[in-house]
Design a binder for this molecule. Structure first.
Ligand code: HPA
Length: 249
């Protein structure tokens, strides 16, 4: 089966609503099992493979996700384009809760994650080019699709990938801001780098769940999990429309 697009759903996105003729595939890879079964089906005449990054019951913490198995499984199924949907905190003033964004840069602050497929002695080491961490073509397609679907999406921005699962301190977010980060999330890396090693076209669709610590109009307010879930539920509802427009276009 050919896959037109793979979608990796993040926090708040555990299934792909509207997937027709859906079929669940339980696969394993050389790198182990992916986070969930891969659900394939059609949307707007295109074939989609969907994977829940944290597992379908949100039981896998960001640092325990088997990113290699996730990407390898999608690649083995035939996916060549992957959209990663990532819940994030907003740092930049125009990146408040419920904003959707397609970042164009990232900074990796994660540690201790299996972040390369080059991991066996005796096998060639690949130094993947990563100056532009996201596929320019897929970013453009996502932004054009969002416009056709009538969904507002911010173009560009720098994603700071933190270790989690805790949220950051205000000082950590200040540092990220000084570094040039506009958004902060826990799962953008090593996903993007692994996708590049497999030569996949990969882009991030970031969904702002909350103001990052110390940001926004009331910087002293603690981040409430209920609020995060309410914002995510509202904002992720737009994602299937963007993906349908992408496949339709
Ligand atoms: N920080 C890191 N990751 C996140 C946040 C945050 O504030 N919100 C949602 N994912």
């Amino acid at each position: 089966m050919s896959i037109d697009l793979a979608v990796i759903g993040g926090t708040g996105v555990y299934a792909f609503p509207g997937l027709q003729q859906a079929d669940r595939r339980t696969v394993t890879t050389r790198w182990g099992a992916p986070s969930s079964a891969i659900v394939t089906g059609t949307v707007a005449g295109g074939s989609v493979a969907f994977l829940a990054r944290h597992g379908e019951g949100h039981t896998i913490a960001p640092h325990r996700i088997n990113y290699r198995a996730n990407l390898a499984a999608l690649h083995e199924l035939g996916a060549r384009r992957v959209v990663g949907v990532n819940a994030v905190g907003g740092i930049r003033n125009d990146m408040g809760p419920r904003v959707l964004a397609v970042p164009d840069q990232l900074i990796d602050y994660t540690w201790g994650r299996a972040s390369s497929f080059c991991d066996a002695e005796g096998e060639p080491v690949l130094h993947a080019e990563f100056g532009e961490p996201y596929s320019a073509t897929l970013r453009r397609s996502l932004l054009d699709a969002a416009q056709r679907a009538g969904v507002a999406v911010v173009a560009g921005g720098c994603y700071g990938a933190t270790q989690g699962p805790r949220l950051e301190t205000r000082a950590e977010i200040e540092r990220l801001r000084r570094d040039g980060c506009d958004l902060v999330g826990m799962t953008g890396m090593p996903e993007a780098a692994l996708a590049r090693e497999l030569d996949l076209d990969y882009a991030c669709l970031a969904v702002v769940a909350n103001w990052a610590a110390g940001c926004g109009p009331e910087p002293g307010t603690a981040i409430s999990l209920d609020e995060i879930h309410a914002h995510l539920a509202a904002a992720t509802g737009q994602v299937p429309r963007i993906i349908a427009a992408l496949l339709d276009g």
